[in-house]
Design a protein around this ligand. Structure first.
Ligand code: URP
Ligand code: ZN
Ligand code: ZN
Length: 469
């Protein structure tokens, strides 16, 4: 079994920061010891990684990705192979992707299809949530089986009528079932029925540009749906996790629920922290540049960003995931020229999350430990992967990043590894970068070289949410 020692780094977990050496045997961390201790000095190793001047952090856990998602008449442009490789470059070593149930089909069919797409292709470890598009007696029963085999979270949509949408009755039934089987309901909280009325009215009035995507998907309709989801979960006695929170008023609904002691959790994404409706309104050479920033929930006016940062500091929001769902500008986003409602919804970002959040540490929004909490430990606990993932401790998987906190980089489509022809953060200067990325003991990125391979990543069945007693 290969023994690796990472020497002289500052080990940062969600709980502490210590100057420590880390001993890895095979795929696992076996010991930590203070850098100057006799114990560490006595360690023998086949491989020594020098982390002087660097952080040693857990590999990132991105709990919201959509590789190869068929959506909006096309499919997300990153495959499991390209998307997980890009994630590795950015210091993420686990993703939880969304398998999709088609209307009229069994959950199992969707899950099998996602296993087939991912199997043998991933550079890093992966797990699945299940999107429920068709809540029926049969699919409710299937939820129990999926929870038992490690797919312990289910996404429902209050948006996208005719595609993924579930009405309140179906949502309540799924929540009741999860209250019994230990599953966690993840909610896309936007009032899609009302939004579709506003879309129709906007198009009829000739308001077809990308920026109207943000205008019709009104903040109030995110807040209203969030409120309704919380109340339905309360009626069902079920925990709730609201995905991609973008509006300050939706966050206020979560905060109010949490202050009542409800098991309600929230996630936001880098795009809501760093981008805004200003980007959606970009016109570029042909008036369509804003399409690059079309996602749902939509980007909000920049005033919302401060509320989201505060929510992350005060634990009103627990997780930052990417909602990585890339569509190329050429040929994909372009499907919506002349009709913003036909622009495929989604942004790339799986490669950028750890770095953007490190920049947020430097900008004073987060502490270093909070960075690790929201990007590694909390998503691992929320989705039943902790302490195998999300921390550095004896017994944990050796998923680690030697992170250079002083490296300078400029985010750009010219240099990123995601399979998409633009960067949502083009030209943004960032301080910090993953130097060495280790996945289950194997070095997969080192000093600008990719050393991983498709198929190294292993499927990870999950326990139930560890935030709920
Ligand atoms: O715009 C987004 N978020 N696309 C992916 C699907 C979803 O709703 O998460
Ligand atoms: Zn969603
Ligand atoms: Zn999503």
């Amino acid at each position: 079994m290969t023994r690796t020692v990472i020497r002289n780094g500052l080990v940062i977990t969600a709980a502490e920061e210590t100057a420590a050496d880390v001993l890895i045997e095979g795929e696992r961390v076996v010991a930590l010891a203070s850098t100057d201790s006799a114990v560490a000095a006595g360690w023998t190793a086949d491989r020594v990684i020098d982390a002087t001047g660097h952080y040693v952090i857990p590999g990132g856990v991105d709990a919201h990705t959509h590789m190869e998602l068929p959506f909006g008449g096309t499919a997300a442009s990153d495959t499991f192979e390209t998307g997980t490789r890009a994630a590795a470059w950015g210091g993420t070593t686990t993703i939880v992707d969304f398998a999709v149930q088609s209307v009229g089909a069994a959950l199992r069919e969707g899950l099998d299809a996602w296993h087939a797409k991912a199997q043998g292709r991933c550079a890093i470890d992966y797990a699945f949530h299940m999107i429920m598009s068709d809540v029926t007696e049969d699919s409710l029963k299937e939820m129990d089986l999926l929870v038992a085999e490690g797919v312990t979270s289910f996404k429902l949509f209050m948006a996208y009528p005719g595609v993924f949408y579930s009405d309140d009755g179906r949502i309540l039934r799924a929540m009741q079932r999860s209250a019994d089987n230990g599953g966690l309901i993840m909610m896309h909280a936007e009032n899609g029925i009302a939004i579709d009325v506003l879309v129709e009215q906007a198009l009829a009035a000739g308001r077809t540009d990308p920026r109207y995507h943000g205008e019709v998907r009104r903040e109030l309709l995110e807040a209203e749906a969030t409120h309704r989801a919380v109340k339905l979960a309360q009626v069902a006695g079920a925990p709730l996790y609201v995905v991609h929170v973008s509006a300050a008023s939706a966050l206020a609904e979560l905060a109010a629920a949490r202050s009542q002691g409800l098991d309600v959790f929230g996630e936001t994404c880098p795009q809501y922290l760093f981008l805004s409706t200003d980007n959606l309104a970009e016109r570029g050479a042909d008036g369509f540049e804003g399409a690059k920033y079309v996602c749902s929930t939509p980007l909000r006016p920049r005033e919302h960003q401060e509320a989201l940062w505060r929510g992350l500091r005060t634990n009103e929001l627990q997780v930052v995931s990417t909602d990585h769902c890339p569509f190329c500008f050429a040929g994909q986003k372009e499907l919506g020229r002349g009709d913003f409602s036909k622009i495929p919804n989604g942004l790339p970002g799986v490669e950028n999350r750890m770095d953007l959040l490190h920049q947020a540490v430097l900008d004073g929004h987060l502490s270093r430990r909070r960075w690790i909490e929201i990007a590694c430990a909390a998503p691992a606990r929320m989705f039943g992967l902790y302490p195998r993932k999300g921390t550095i401790a004896p017994g944990a998987d050796a998923d680690l990043v030697v992170y250079d906190p002083q490296a300078q980089q400029t985010l750009s489509a010219a240099t990123h590894h995601m399979n998409v022809d633009y960067s949502a953060y083009e030209g943004r200067r960032i301080t910090g970068r993953a130097r060495t990325v280790i996945s289950r003991g194997a070095v997969i990125v080192d000093d600008g070289a990719y050393l991983g391979r498709p198929g190294h990543g292993r499927y990870q069945p999950r326990a139930t949410c560890q935030f709920i007693d």
